[in-house]
Write a protein that binds this ligand. Structure first.
Ligand SMILES: *Cc1c(COP(=O)(O)O)cnc(C)c1O
Length: 476
């Protein structure tokens, strides 16, 4: 079913048909020129998996085919499409079962919301200002925002926020607010921050300083301090991680604030955005975690809705101070609203899913789920350690980091996220002890076959997770 240039296969019987002549399919389907593969900016290092723009897209696709004249009569087309969808559904069920690496909670039941999928719900514009478009879910959106504002301790009349399309959008917004408050500010972010933070600095053409991290993945405040001291003349905009992507490390917000004050940065010279995409909704329920609160001098917090919260579509929440957002908003007559968001149209279904799940679980429900995740993460760490595999689990985290399995097929099957020599499993509420047992048992069983003569030897991961966690011959 691979579409080749200018023709598409309809998949069912291998026949091909031409696209109508108005299209220039060459522009869509032709791979990028070989020049780009062989040189220039796209060249990648030999040992990395090769990622070439435009080449990896067409390995598997369901082609769009033109209806036959008599399709309506025969019902063949409907039947063909139903077949494709049924197979797709089956593969989703199968892939959901073996999913460990990305922090998505796949445990939910939103059957009650099925009745709403026939509506084109769009919350474009400001959540707090009625637009002329009436098919919206603002009443749910604001309810959800109020809940998060309360969680992060900001009064209803002092906050502004919206439901974003993802955690990245929250970061883009938070950093933009910081930039509007301090137009000549420098962006500081630990080098283990999410790539969206560095994307923001490129998009906004901001000076960005990468701060070193500890082995745990937390921001290294000693390095932060020396970098602040070198740039004392410019205000600081800081991205603080509430859970880093790879190691699940939680930056110490209190220490960051303390460091700013020690170096002479008063509250009128810094802006802190908290990237809580990963653990923003988990940390409030962990006793020893540095508390994220607007009672501290922070400017914004964002979280992803499809990670721990468990929405079936990408979404997120962004909360900031009302006073800041006026700096970046513009009135738009066409919307009869105000433009203070990154995106224009916004998914109006997402607030309904968030509202539904927050109502069902409440603070207590999330607390229980957090405890379960942390317990299960410890279980996984202990089992891997017992099997002689190098492993690390941060105290405030459900992200278990370990030696990358030496078999890409295994990595793909369990959908592990990898970086260099390490892989991770993010233990979300849908990941049960049974599933973890299946995973570890399979890992132990297959591991010897990845080494010559079946002699397992741990990879050195000391630089990634510390030598105390490494089980290579040199460190064990
Ligand atoms: C996932 C993640 C993001 C981005 O969130 P998306 O919803 O995928 O856009 C940002 N920061 C961190 C730390 C993340 O883990």
């Amino acid at each position: 079913m691979v579409g080749s240039v200018g023709i598409v296969s309809n998949g069912s019987n291998g026949e091909v048909e031409r696209l109508p002549p108005e299209f220039v399919p060459l522009e869509i389907t032709e791979p990028l020129s070989p020049m780009i593969e062989n040189g220039g900016a796209m060249q990648v290092e030999k040992e990395e998996k090769e990622i070439v723009l435009g080449r990896n897209v067409h390995t598997m696709s369901h082609a769009i085919t033109e209806p036959e004249v008599d399709d309506d009569l025969t019902g063949d087309r409907e039947a063909y499409m139903a077949g494709v969808l049924a197979r797709y559904r089956k593969s989703l069920i199968e892939r959901s079962k073996h999913h460990l690496g990305y922090p998505y909670n796949l445990d939910f039941d939103y059957g009650a919301l099925a009745q709403l999928q026939h509506f084109s719900i769009n919350n474009l514009g400001d959540p707090f200002i009625e637009s002329n478009y009436g098919v919206h879910s603002r009443q749910f959106e604001v309810g959800v925002l109020d809940w998060f504002a309360r969680l992060w301790e900001l009064e209803k009349n002092e906050y502004w926020g919206y439901i974003t399309n993802c955690g990245t959008e929250g970061n883009l917004h938070g950093i933009l607010v910081g930039r509007e408050v301090f137009p000549d500010g420098i962006l500081y972010a630990s080098k283990e921050s999410h790539y969206s933070v560095f994307k923001a600095s490129r998009m906004y053409r901001m000076d960005c300083i990468k701060v070193e991290t500890l082995n745990s993945g937390e921001i290294d405040c000693a390095d932060f301090k020396s970098k602040l001291l070198q740039n004392k003349e410019k205000p600081a905009i800081i991205n603080v991680n509430i859970g880093t992507t790879v190691k699940g490390a939680v930056d110490d917000l209190d220490q960051v604030i303390e460091t700013l004050k020690e170096t002479g940065f008063g509250e009128d010279r810094f802006y802190i955005h908290c990237d809580g995409a990963l653990f923003g909704l988990m940390m409030p329920f962990v006793k020893r975690a540095p508390k994220v609160s607007f009672k501290k001098p922070i400017g914004s917090v964002s979280v992803s809705g499809h990670k721990f919260v468990g929405c079936p579509m990408p979404c997120g929440v962004q909360i900031t101070r009302l006073e800041h957002v006026n700096a970046l908003s513009r009135n738009v007559e066409y919307l009869a609203s105000r433009d203070a968001t990154i995106m224009g149209s916004r998914n109006g279904h997402a607030p309904l899913f968030l509202w539904y799940t927050l109502n069902r679980k409440g603070y207590k429900g999330f607390q229980k789920e957090v405890q379960k995740c942390l317990r299960n993460a410890h279980y996984l760490k202990d089992r891997l350690r017992a099997a002689g595999i190098g492993v690390m689990l941060n105290e405030l985290s459900s992200t278990v980091v370990f030696e990358r399995p030496r078999d890409e097929e295994f990595v793909r099957r369990w959908q592990l996220a990898c970086q260099g020599n390490i892989a991770h499993v993010v233990v979300m509420p849908n990941i049960t002890i049974d599933k973890l047992d299946d995973f570890v048992n399979e890992l132990i069983e297959k591991r010897p076959s990845w080494y010559p003569d079946g002699e397992v030897q741990s990879t050195c991961v000391a630089v990634d997770i510390g030598k105390e966690n490494c089980t290579c011959p040199q460190h064990k």
